[in-house]
Every structure is written in structure tokens, then in C-alpha cells.
Design a protein around this ligand. Structure first.
Ligand SMILES: Cc1cc2nc3c(=O)[nH]c(=O)nc-3n(C[C@H](O)[C@H](O)[C@H](O)COP(=O)(O)O)c2cc1C
Length: 484
């Protein structure tokens, strides 16, 4: 089905794979096994963003066609394809697109359909075996295979029927048992607690292979009471077509690759983890987490498991969030009344959270400090931040060298540095410490702008002006290095 702009989403992962393959950005690898080799190959691929997505097939011990897709959203091109944007659009275009998307927040309610490709295989009772899906142990020190990494964990609020889904990791513990790790405050955890407070088990569905736009929205802070399905419909420009799972009635994408449903019973916990984390460490360790007792397992013929794997950043788990978070922080600075923000970069080295660079056109004394302090505390920027760097508008915040140059040459440690203690963090932050009931951290706001009171006399920059650059490019293009 095509949307008004003529884009044919088809809403499933295979359609996205075809589009990415047509761009030359999908590579098939055969023969790698699940305990070490798929994860090991992936780790090497992820060390540089822009490498192709990988489709693992002919996995030893599994039927040909039972596949694992990974390294998915590690290029701007593939994120663009998922969002229906021109494949060759730049990272800045993507930041601006997220800014616009968040301002208008288009919505389209999902449509329930009776049939879908997901129903090609429906397994119930003792025949259920989620270990029939090739599921890697993604890193050497992981506690086991995780079927849910780039997944959707779908639940329905028992009070008002609000359908929420989020990306929460799901470990495989056996043919009919999985676990889910939801950090405090996650909507899924709030819904689960409501069922348990009523003395009822919490119905849940897990989707482990679907169109990447469904995944992207799973990882965003969509407000309580709003369904992620509506937000994805707003991007697709048409309703997400969903099927109701047979036992729980929880809606899942009709063309999903793999899904299962079941119940989380109160105090039914299993030892979970560890899984290498988005900060690049194992800080969370092994803990007791809610078990999912599976009652129905469904998958397409030749199913594709989607893996979106955290690792030392940049990694697939956080890379796409960089352009989103840059746009979100930019919008929130504007909403707080900060004038003349020219760009924001949530740097991949910090998992798109721990490092934010904000570029401004300085308008008044204290403007840069104000921008930095707000970026470090606003909702989109405040969670697990460590560094906020504010630079002038001649610095491209995405150019690491230029940002470091500004820090080296425009920053005075005597007055341009603010330390904030006791800020919002998580146990996944290796430098967090205990707050009263939660984890906190300390962070720095660095003002690397030219000092406001020395603007007129500050040394001029030893680099050609933009105008001279343009004249030289026009006349001397044939002698200049590629990409100049
Ligand atoms: C690939 C990926 C994996 C994630 N894994 C987890 C996880 O295991 N546990 C968790 O609490 N949050 C995880 N997150 C973050 C949540 O998905 C994110 O905070 C989201 O907004 C939660 O949805 P909710 O607001 O509906 O709770 C992950 C995000 C992504 C993109």
C-alpha cells in the first residue's frame, strides 16, 4: 500500500531488506554459528559505522532460511530507508527531520486485521520451542542467548486499554521461558506492576523481527497514554496493521517475523544477564528479572530474527538515537527560550547520551552557559549525560576535531566549567553512585565559546572564509581532493 507521497512501506522487515539490498548495503554471510561467531563477526562490523547490514543464513544446527539480521541501523542511509527519506540524505537532514516530526507528532491509529504472514506457523502447548530460532550469544561474556534485543515488548494497560510497547531486552531461558529487563520508570514496568497490584498475571507479547521503524519508535520516549503504534502510523502515513495474539489479545504487527505471547506472574523471577550494554561495559551484571511463561509462539516461514546489539559505542543499539536525540535536545532548548541554537550533536562515543555538543550564535553574556546547563538537564538530554560542550556557530558540532579545537582554544577552566552532582543516571553508567533510592551521576558543562567580553578582540581564525572557500571550489574543483 502506498502513502500519499507514493512510498510503498509494505510494513515488514523483508521489504526494508530489499530496499537496503538495492542500495548495496546488505551482505549475506553463511555458516557462522550462534555461540560465538555471529556475535564475533558483528562486533568487528560494528567498530565502524557505515558497514553493511548482515544477514546470517545457513546457521549450523538450524534449517536454511532461518536467518539472523544484524548491524541494521548503523548508517544514515539505512535509517533514511526505514523512515522513507531519500537514501542519500545527510545526518543533518535527519536531525532536522526528527525536529519536525517531534513538533508535529503525526499519529495514525493501528488497524486490526484477521490474517497476516506471522500466522504461517502457530505453535501452542508443549510444542512451543523458541530455541528453534537461531539466537546468538551476542558477546563473549553474555549470560546466554538474547532473542529480544531490537524487539518490541507489547502490553495493554488494564485500566484504559492503552497499548504500549518498548524495546526491553529479552533473554531466552528455555523452549517456553524468556525474561524481560525493564528499568525503573519504563511504561512496560508500570503496566506490569498494575496487573500485579490487582493480583493478576501480566499479559505480554514479544516481537523479535519487524520493520525497523517499529523498532526505532520502541526506543523513544513516547508519552504515557500514547501508543507507539499510533506514532509509527504517523511515519508510515497509514495504520500499522496488527493481529491480536490468540490468548492475550495483544496486538502485534501482522507481518512480523517472530512473536510470542504469555504471562508474567508476580514474584516469578529468573536469573538474567549479563548482556554487553550500550555504554560499552557490563555494569548491570546478572540480576533477577521477571520471567515470561510462553503460551503461543508464532513465526513466518524462514523467519528473520532482528538483532540490534549494544557494544562499545558507536553501536547499533544507540547510533540511530543520535540524530533523534540531537533533534530532541535542540527542540527542548528552543522550547526553554534559548535563542539562536544552530546545531546539536549527541555524539556516538557516548552512546548518543553521555556527550552533547550544542552550537549557538552568542547573543548576550551568559547565553552559552545557560544553553549548556539546560541541555544537561532537559528531559531529552538529562538522562545519563556526562559532558555538555557549548561551541560558537562557526564550529560544526558533528565535527569532533573542530569541537576539540574549540575546547583547546576557547575554554578557560577558571570560569567556563560547571560541575553538576546528583544528576539523573542509571546503574548501567559505570561512574554512577547511589542516590537516596536510585542511581545518580556527576557531569560537566563546558563553555567552549569565545568569551563574550572579548568578542571584538579575540584572535581571528586562520582559515579561509566561507566565501573564499566557495570561490576556490568553483574555480579549482578539478585539483581539490575528493570531498573537499
Ligand atoms: C535497541 C534498544 C534496546 C533497549 N533495551 C532496553 C532494556 O533492555 N531495558 C530497558 O529498560 N530499556 C531499554 N531500552 C530503552 C527503552 O526502549 C526506551 O527507554 C523506551 O523509551 C522505553 O519505552 P517506554 O517509554 O514505553 O517504556 C532499549 C532501547 C533500544 C533502542
Amino acid at each position: 500500500m502506498a502513502d500519499p507521497a507514493g512510498r510503498n512501506w509494505d510494513q515488514d522487515l523483508r521489504h526494508w531488506m530489499e530496499a537496503v539490498d538495492a542500495e548495496g548495503a546488505l551482505k549475506t554471510i553463511t555458516g557462522a554459528e550462534t555461540t560465538e561467531e555471529i556475535g564475533g563477526i558483528l562486533d568487528l562490523y560494528q567498530r565502524k559505522m557505515g558497514n553493511p547490514a548482515i544477514l546470517f543464513d545457513e546457521v549450523p544446527g538450524f534449517p536454511k532460511g532461518h536467518r539472523v539480521l544484524a548491524n541494521v541501523l548503523t548508517s544514515v542511509q539505512r535509517i533514511n530507508v526505514a523512515l522513507g527519506l531519500p537514501a542519500d540524505g545527510s545526518e543533518r537532514d535527519l536531525v532536522l527531520w526528527w525536529r519536525d516530526y517531534m513538533k508535529h507528532a503525526p499519529k495514525f491509529a493501528p488497524e486490526t486485521v484477521a490474517t497476516g504472514a506471522l500466522q504461517e506457523n502457530v505453535v501452542e502447548g508443549d510444542a512451543i520451542d523458541i530455541t528453534s530460532i537461531p539466537t546468538p550469544t551476542w558477546h563473549e561474556h553474555d549470560g546466554g542467548p538474547f532473542i529480544g534485543t531490537g524487539c518490541m515488548v507489547v502490553m495493554k494497560d488494564p485500566d484504559d486499554g492503552w497499548v504500549n510497547y518498548g524495546a526491553y531486552r529479552v533473554q531466552t531461558h528455555g523452549p517456553k521461558t524468556a525474561s524481560v529487563m525493564m528499568s525503573p520508570g519504563r511504561h512496560g514496568r508500570l503496566i506490569m506492576d498494575k496487573y500485579h497490584a490487582r493480583g493478576e498475571p501480566c499479559p505480554v507479547a514479544v516481537v523479535a523481527g519487524m520493520h525497523p521503524t517499529l523498532l526505532m519508535i520502541a526506543g523513544l520516549e513516547i508519552p504515557q497514554g500514547v501508543s507507539e503504534y499510533d506514532a509509527v502510523g504517523g511515519i508510515f502515513g497509514e495504520p500499522v496493521r496488527t493481529l491480536e495474539m490468540p490468548r492475550t489479545g495483544i496486538p502485534v504487527p501482522a507481518n512480523a517475523e517472530i512473536a510470542f505471547e504469555g504471562y508474567i506472574h508476580q514474584d516469578d523471577l529468573v536469573e538474567e544477564g549479563p548482556l554487553g550494554e550500550w555504554t560499552g561495559y557490563y555494569a548491570g551484571g546478572k540480576r533477577m528479572q521477571p520471567a515470561i511463561r510462553i503460551e503461543t509462539f508464532m513465526h513466518r516461514d524462514e523467519p528473520v530474527l532482528l538483532g540490534v546489539i549494544p557494544a562499545v559505542p558507536p553501536n547499533d543499539n544507540t547510533y540511530y538515537l543520535g540524530s533523534y536525540r540531537s533533534g530532541a535536545v535542540w527542540n527542548q532548548l528552543e522550547a526553554a527560550g534559548i535563542p539562536d541554537v544552530k546545531g546539536v550533536c549527541a555524539h556516538e562515543a557516548g552512546g548518543s547520551r553521555l556527550w552533547l555538543t550544542v552550537s549557538i550564535k552568542q547573543r548576550y553574556g551568559g547565553h552559552s552557559k545557560q544553553a549548556g546547563l539546560i541541555a544537561s538537564q532537559c528531559y531529552a538530554g538529562g538522562y545519563t549525560n556526562r559532558w555538555v560542550i557549548v561551541v560558537d556557530d562557526d564550529i560544526d558540532p558533528t565535527n569532533t576535531n573542530d569541537v576539540l579545537w574549540a575546547m583547546c582554544t576557547r575554554f578557560d577552566p577558571r570560569m567556563d566549567m560547571e560541575q553538576i552532582d546528583g544528576a539523573w543516571s542509571t546503574s548501567l553508567d559505570p561512574m554512577c553512585y547511589d542516590g537516596d533510592t536510585d542511581k545518580r551521576n556527576s557531569r560537566l558543562v563546558i563553555d567552549a565559546c569565545r568569551p563574550w567580553n572579548r568578542m571584538d578582540e579575540f584572535p581571528i581564525v586562520a582559515r579561509s572564509s566561507r566565501e573564499l572557500d566557495d570561490r576556490i571550489r568553483e574555480k579549482w574543483a578539478h585539483v581539490l581532493p575528493d570531498g573537499t
